[in-house]
Design a protein around this ligand. Structure first.
Ligand code: MSP
Length: 649
């Protein structure tokens, strides 16, 4: 018996330094879909993910949190495990760079590189960006800051070990030329050549002495191994390279694809292959640099206005719906804009409407007209033939798209089939035939339902990598024996003997977009307030007062009849108020958050018996009530439904 072909796929190993957002989930879900596809396609798959736990950044964050680095990462890594379980990630191995076996293998690798003369010791003076854990030379800095993230860099003077990266420049260029898909998609190749390779590679500093949180250099323990050498090597240490049992390494290496975000392509296509060359090991077949999910205003980490917590989104809409969005919305390789609205709209349009309707209409008709028993009837008309063609197009387009990691194309093909099947229902109008007792009409009705079940069956099989739970439900609603659920059977329309359908639950409930956006907004405000904590919002607990004390304060509704900016002040607005015939003027410092036109014609709540005071030449009589939502976020309390002048108690 011939051995199964192996397929090794990896995600980056994640820094356990901050809460993972959907940008992190993006790559892992993509890798998972690919791994599931390959398993179904008969490969022996090794899907690796993990966490990158060493380095100065983590050491500093842990200290700031009053913990040891290990205590700090342990908690976060636990959360990452939970998140991957929630997102149904089917990784075969999870590596932590703090695992003992990894640390030992890194020491073996470092020593091998040293013994081969590819690592040497020298004094180093240069710039280090701690958040990026990257070294930069003078001429690489942009306005004196890190060229990647724009943050300040620190001057580092240390005795360090260096890796002879410059020695591999030519071999790297040759490798790129001979293996045009090594750096994928192709646009990333030019970026690497123009920005890094052609300006000339310099040797790389691969050890640090200024902090402790890393793997000690085995022959010089005051040094720790540079985090990127530690991290990149995970792809082989996870397979046992440098240990007593390297059978997995022999079996799975070289990797078929490292999936990475675009900003770390350079580490994976320059430093990593050079290390592998130095170790005399084969290079990865492909490094695929996917794009970023961005928010309207910029980066995911500044998530103003949108909820980007993958655990929360998966909990609210379901794991499969969330996975589907990540795979379908943006071409893998390009950047894409994320918004909660886009997520909900996509779920509603494709899953709740198109797929959900097809499945529920078909199963309801199957049960009502045939008690769920639908036998095979050959196709007799053009509508049926077109449906079959749509199924074949989805099948034949699927594999090449998945092989190129173009998930959105593979899924778009399946959803074309789903739309075609919905159209088929409208064209053939089975509910009309159902009224007839005529034998020929019954047969025709059965033919229609059989074809619809075939369409659902094939869509269900092809959707397994992307939405595994929903796909399994679709297949089970059809009552199929195992052989008709098998991957290969997705390539045969019309050969299933028959179906024993049952009406299942709704696969993807429709989400009320407007209502949901409001709820998310409220949720986000609440979470942010909780995260900021009481000290930051400046809340101090005042001594108790009596009801009599409170009764001294008179609150009344006031209508803003006019509003303008106060001259020579960038904080104050002047408000002309009406309290049911009585006029007032107040000056209030909300200009940072409100424009005059936001306030005119709105009702506010006024502390109306406050003594007069003059601000920047405006005599102010009273004070409006506003809420300090968070640091630098103020919201006026409006009372638009209330009568101007009315007392507030
Ligand atoms: N620890 C390194 C990787 C070492 S691999 C040997 C690292 N970790 S990370 O946690 O900062 O990022 C992990 C991955 O998440 C990167 O591939 C990065 O591109 C990806 N993403 C982080 N934010 C992202 C988006 N907003 N959108 C898509 N992916 C993004 O880098």
């Amino acid at each position: 018996m011939s051995e199964k072909k192996t397929y090794y796929i990896s995600t980056p190993i994640y820094y356990p330094s901050a809460k993972l957002h959907i940008g992190h989930a993006y790559c892992t879900v993509a890798a998972d879909a690919e791994a599931r596809f390959r398993r179904l396609d008969g490969y022996d798959v090794m899907f690796l993910t993990g966490t990158d736990e060493h380095g100065q950044k983590i050491e500093r964050t842990a200290i700031a949190a009053g913990k040891t680095p290990k205590e700090y990462v342990d908690v976060i890594v636990e959360g990452i495990h939970e998140l991957w379980a929630q997102l149904n990630i089917s990784h075969d191995r999870f590596i932590r760079t703090t695992d003992d076996y990894h640390k030992k293998s890194i020491q073996v690798i470092f020593k091998q590189l040293y013994d081969r003369g590819d690592i040497y010791k020298e004094n180093y003076e240069g710039w280090y960006c701690t958040p990026c854990e990257s070294f930069w030379t003078d001429h690489q800095l942009v306005d004196g800051n890190c060229p990647d993230c724009g943050r300040p860099v620190e001057l580092t003077k240390e005795e360090s070990y260096f890796f002879r990266l410059s020695k591999y420049q030519k071999r790297l260029e040759e490798h790129y030329e001979k293996h045009p898909t090594f750096i994928s998609p192709p646009s990333r190749l030019n970026e690497m050549l123009n920005n890094f390779i052609r300006p000339g590679l310099e040797d790389l500093c691969v050890s640090r002495t200024s902090f402790k949180w890393g793997i000690p250099v085995p022959f010089d323990e005051k040094h720790v191994v540079y985090v990127w050498v530690d991290a990149l090597s995970n792809y082989i240490t996870a397979l046992g390279y440098g240990s007593d049992d390297d059978s997995d390494f022999k079996k799975y290496w070289p990797v078929q694809v490292h999936l990475v975000g675009k900003e770390i392509v350079r580490f994976h296509t320059i430093i990593w292959p050079a290390i592998l060359m130095a170790l005399d090991l084969p290079l990865p077949e492909m490094v695929f640099g996917h794009g970023w999910l961005l928010l309207e205003g910029g980066k995911m980490s500044k998530s103003k206005g949108n909820v980007v917590d993958p655990a929360l989104l998966a909990e609210r809409y379901g794991t499969d719906a969330f996975r589907y969005f990540l795979l379908r919305e943006v071409a893998f390789g390009s950047d894409g804009i994320f918004s909660n609205e886009a997520l909900i709209s996509r779920i509603n349009a494709d899953l709740a409407n198109d797929l959900g309707n097809l499945v529920s209409r078909t199963l309801t008709m199957g049960e009502n007209y045939f008690g769920g028993n639908i036998g095979r009837v050959p196709i007799s008309d053009d509508f049926g033939r077109q449906l079959k063609e749509a199924a074949e197009a989805a099948q034949t387009g699927y594999r090449p798209a998945m092989e190129k990691l173009q998930f959105q194309d593979a899924l778009a093909g399946v959803f074309k089939l789903v739309s075609r099947a919905n159209k088929y229902i409208d064209e053939t109008m089975p509910w009309k035939l159902a009224k007839s007792k005529d034998e020929a009409d019954r047969t025709r009705l059965q033919e229609i339902l059989y074809n619809l079940c075939e369409a659902i069956r094939i869509a269900g099989i092809l959707l397994q990598p992307a939405i595994p739970e929903a796909a399994a439900k679709m297949l089970s609603f059809l009552g199929l024996p195992d052989e008709d659920r098998a991957w290969e059977s997705a390539f045969t329309f019309g050969e299933t003997k028959g179906f024993a359908t049952r009406k299942g639950e709704i696969l993807f409930p429709r989400i009320d977009l407007e209502k949901e956006l409001v709820e998310l907004e409220a949720f986000k405000a609440k979470r942010e307030a909780a995260e900021k904590g009481p000290q930051e919002t400046g809340v101090v607990t005042l001594p108790e007062i009596t009801i009599e004390d409170f009764a001294k304060i008179q609150l009344r509704v006031a209508k803003v009849v006019n509003c303008s900016a106060v001259e020579k002040s960038d904080k104050l607005l002047r408000l002309e108020l009406d309290l049911d015939g009585e006029s007032r003027t107040i000056a209030t410092s909300v200009r940072e958050w409100y424009k005059p036109e936001d306030l005119i014609d709105r009702n506010i709540i006024l502390v109306s018996n406050l003594k007069k005071a003059t601000f920047r030449g405006v005599e102010s009589h009273g004070m409006l009530l506003a809420c300090e939502n968070g640091k630098n976020d103020v919201k006026i309390i409006f009372a638009d439904d209330c009568r101007p002048g009315a007392p507030v108690n």
